[in-house]
Design a protein around this ligand. Structure first.
Ligand SMILES: O=C(CO)COP(=O)(O)O
Length: 131
């Protein structure tokens, strides 16, 4: 089965949570192709040791780059830890990415609880038969 391509994006106040989430699921994430916005990707590489393709930072267009890939069928799953308490200058870009997920029916988790459930479903478990 082809590797899943997962997009990982977190706003500044959510980056610690993203690093913690990715650390917990590092074994799984290492089996995937990862793409991230600039600063999120940098932290995941430096602090979790993941290999991540880095796009531009969100406010410079990173969300749009990921949204464009997604529209072309190149993204299987999005984890987007948005900060619901802080206005973002690039809110239209954020909405565009989440909208693209809905247009193309791509799973998009916007908080740690849903991200945890999504990741648990991502890779089919291999059952060993003991017959
Ligand atoms: O702003 C973002 C998503 O909207 C995230 O961008 P960074 O990962 O570059 O901080």
């Amino acid at each position: 089965m082809a590797k899943k391509r997962i997009a990982l994006i977190a706003h500044d106040h959510k980056k610690d949570e993203m690093v913690e989430l990715a650390s917990k699921h590092a074994d799984l994430l290492r089996q995937c192709n990862l793409v991230a916005t600039g600063t999120t990707g940098k932290r995941l590489a430096q602090e979790v040791g993941l290999t991540v393709e880095r796009k531009l930072s969100g406010p410079s267009g990173g969300d749009l780059q990921i949204g464009a890939e997604l529209a072309e069928g190149k993204v299987d799953c999005v984890i987007f830890l948005r900060d619901p308490m802080t206005p973002q200058p690039h809110e239209p870009d954020i909405n565009a990415l989440v909208r693209a997920c809905d247009v193309h029916n791509i799973p998009c988790a916007t908080n740690v609880a849903s991200a945890t459930m999504l990741l648990a479903q991502l890779v089919p478990h291999h059952h060993h038969s003991h017959n």
